[in-house]
Design a protein around this ligand. Structure first.
Ligand code: ADP
Ligand code: MG
Length: 697
């Protein structure tokens, strides 16, 4: 990569676009670690927002320390010793004239030990605990000096940022401060934005990183500070602009008109073993209208797990086929693709249509056959994985792409599909089982029209959910054994320990081993993310066919797999998962006619938020209600700078909390695209990333 520090004239000052490695105090190793926080260039540092603030603006007299409160203190060292009895501990006693404080360190080196010399001064910041002999702090942050005057409190509140391994708060603070300095030289951040009021961008960022009053900090934590409102508006506007451009580009080419889609829908409904729900009917009509137009359809179909999205996909595929065109259904995994193939093959058989199938696993001869069929000027329906999008697979008449379980598919994949259609833009149907409230959908997918299947097929018995402490695990194991002996099947889900598939695989293997000991008569399978895809599929298949009765799994089973006979799910350490994920997991059971159970095991003690999440799940099975609750729980009062999920990709705005701003911003976005197109590009760049990503589409 070119060294961006140097232009032909010599070293140049870093700009907001420079890589972090070129900042003073950074370097390649630090930059590498910061990538884990999604921090790449200087600009990213500006938008890495504090989780909270610490007040180090005054020293608390030692006599006034209260347990469980955080405090900045200053005192003279009156004793320092290493205790060997029990755990090796460095104990430092401070005195400030008003009272005393004991500092305790378990990890320390010789230099640190020596620095705590009696008579010197320490400034420390930490949480106060009530010890046997008075107040204590364990591993506080500290500075040591020979004179008290050197140790002064901070002028502003101190930001506390989300961290990653190998990066300290002070390092990150210094880098962010440097980024703020660089920002001050960036003319772009000073440009007034028509229609967006409040403190200017740079000023707003400064306030967020360094509020100077407790009132500011409080308002920031409550998300009511004008600086935040300003930036949230900017960010939402940038997203609206980006999505509008994306949509405009996608719509700039005509789509093949699909004639008589309603006839195809009627044909499909004629062969289905059930009648569509009213919600399915409505969405079928919406899709039919889109297909019959020469404007490319860009439609997201949202429906809870089990709401019957496949029917919509099948009807659209059939419509294209019946009009002599080609259509593909792409699934995120081999297993899901095969499941779709089975379903569609069964439904289409009476109509004399056999879908093609393509995945990594398809053998050479069969692959060649499929590729030839798609390259020919003949109607076709193909089901498969992203193998359908790869180079070498060309379509003569691609008119429609259906993408299932959208959250595993980015914009890039959708673009790859579009490019398969030559000069025409194929219609796109995207199916998502992640229910999101409509306001949120409009923000995240402003480039898509949204249809909602808000009704489940009749005759389903909702899953009953119980929340149990881990202390009752034995009882649960016994009941699972009992149920499996009676012919039922169960999942035992092990949750993420860390972001390490390795560790999770180990944990799942250990759980399986333990369960095999506890339930020797059961046939127990195991599936986790470290297995090769063939192994994974073999395990899933064995479970599906009933060869195994209990399947121990990591969260890899989350997406769309259908085993109707599985009617019990145990989720270990359920408190670790978010609501949406728990809901997705639970959706794996309750697919048959009988009553299904979900057991959420938790590790005590349960935090307030985790309790609220588990209680929500116990109380309802409605995915939209759960999604709404999820956003409420994560919404107001949430940690200030926490990034939303990658799905939403917002730094600061919360589309639910800030929903009231949206209508106004949508109008503003339209206005900007007409009157300030260049500014629009700059704002997209500031908040969303490279506008070329949109320009290229
Ligand atoms: P999802 O929305 O999760 O993809 P599916 O399309 O897999 O849901 O449908 C779940 C199950 O419900 C399937 O077995 C399907 O055949 C069945 N199904 C779909 N629509 C109906 C309906 N209207 N009446 C009865 N069963 C239905
Ligand atoms: Mg599905």
């Amino acid at each position: 990569m070119a060294d961006r520090r140097f232009s032909r004239g010599g070293p140049v000052a870093p700009t907001l676009d420079s890589e972090i490695a070129y900042l003073k105090g950074a370097g390649p190793a630090i930059a590498q670690r910061l990538r884990a926080l999604d921090l790449h260039c200087v600009r990213d540092l500006l938008f890495h927002l504090p989780l909270r603030y610490e007040d180090r603006r005054r020293h608390t007299p030692l006599a006034h320390l209260r347990p469980d409160e955080e405090a900045l203190v200053r005192g003279r060292i009156v004793a320092a010793e290493v205790r060997i009895a029990g755990r090796r501990t460095l104990r430092v006693v401070l005195d400030d004239g008003s009272g005393g404080l004991l500092l305790r360190f378990f990890h320390f080196n010789e230099a640190q030990r020596q620095a705590f010399a009696v008579g010197r001064w320490v400034q420390a910041y930490g949480t106060v605990r009530a010890g046997p002999g008075g107040p204590e702090m364990v591993h506080p942050q500290y500075r040591i000096a020979d004179a008290a005057e050197v140790l002064q409190p901070d002028a502003d509140l101190t930001p506390v940022y989300p961290l990653t391994t190998g990066i300290t708060q002070s390092r990150l603070r210094a880098l962010i401060d440097r980024a703020l300095e660089i920002a001050a030289t960036d003319a772009d951040l000073l440009t007034p934005l028509p229609g967006v009021d409040g403190p200017a961008t740079l000023e707003a960022l400064r306030i967020i990183h360094h509020p100077s009053t407790a009132a500011d900090a409080e308002a920031l934590l409550a998300h009511t500070h004008p600086a935040q409102r300003r930036l949230a508006r900017e960010e939402l506007l940038a997203h609206q602009l980006g999505m509008r451009l994306l949509r405009a580009h996608l719509k700039s080419r005509p789509a093949p008109v699909i004639r008589r889609p309603q006839a195809a829908i009627a044909e499909l409904l004629g062969v289905l073993p059930f009648a569509p729900t009213a919600a399915q009917r409505r969405v079928l009509d919406e899709v039919a209208q889109d297909l019959a137009s020469s404007r490319p359809m860009l439609r997201l179909v949202q429906g809870d797990v089990g709401s019957g999205k496949t029917v919509i996909a099948a009807a659209a595929l059939l419509a294209a086929y019946r009009d002599g065109l080609q259509a593909v259904l792409v699934a995120p995994t081999e297993l899901l693709a095969e499941q779709h193939l089975r379903t569609l093959t069964a439904w289409f058989a009476p109509l004399g249509i056999a879908p093609l199938f393509l995945s990594q696993r398809v053998k050479k001869r069969e692959r060649a056959h499929v590729i030839a069929a798609l390259a020919a000027q003949r109607p076709a329906i193909a089901v498969g994985t992203h193998a359908l999008l790869q180079e070498g697979v060309d379509y003569a008449r691609l008119a429609l792409t259906v993408v299932d379980e959208q959250h595993r598919f980015g914009v890039q994949q959708r673009l790859a599909l579009r490019d398969k259609a030559g000069h025409l833009a194929p219609h796109q149907l995207i199916m998502s089982a992640t229910p999101i409230p409509r306001t949120l959908a409009q923000t995240i997918y402003a480039d898509l029209d949204v249809s909602v299947i808000d009704e489940l097929p009749p005759g389903r018995t909702p899953v009953t959910t119980v929340v149990l402490s881990n202390a009752r695990r034995d009882e649960v194991v016994m009941r699972i054994g009992e149920a499996c002996r009676q012919g039922r099947q169960a999942y035992w889900v092990c949750t993420l320990i860390e972001q390490s598939e390795e560790l999770n695989a180990e944990a799942a293997a250990a759980t399986a081993a333990r369960l095999r000991e506890e339930l020797p008569q059961l046939r127990i399978g195991l599936v986790h993310g470290r297995m090769r895809p063939e192994e994974k599929d073999a395990q899933m298949r064995a479970f599906k066919e009933g060869a195994t009765q209990l399947l121990v799994a990591t969260t890899v089973i989350e997406v769309g797999v259908d085993v109707p006979n599985a009617s019990i799910m145990v989720i270990d350490n359920a408190e670790r998962l978010g609501l949406a994920q728990l809901h997705q997991l639970r959706g794996r059971v309750g697919r048959g006619a009988g009553q299904s159970q979900c057991v959420l095991l938790y590790q005590s003690p349960l935090g307030e938020m985790a309790r609220a999440r588990l209680e929500t799940l116990r109380a309802t099975t409605d995915g939209f209600a759960i999604a709404q609750r999820d956003l409420e729980l994560r919404g107001p009062g949430e940690l200030l700078g926490r990034r939303q999920t990658g799905e939403i990709g917002m730094r600061l705005a919360d589309p639910v909390r800030d929903a009231a701003l949206l209508a106004d911003l949508q109008r503003l976005a339209d206005d900007w695209l007409i009157h300030h197109p260049a500014l629009a590009q700059r704002l997209i760049r500031r908040w969303v990333g490279d506008p070329e990503r949109y320009a290229q589409v």
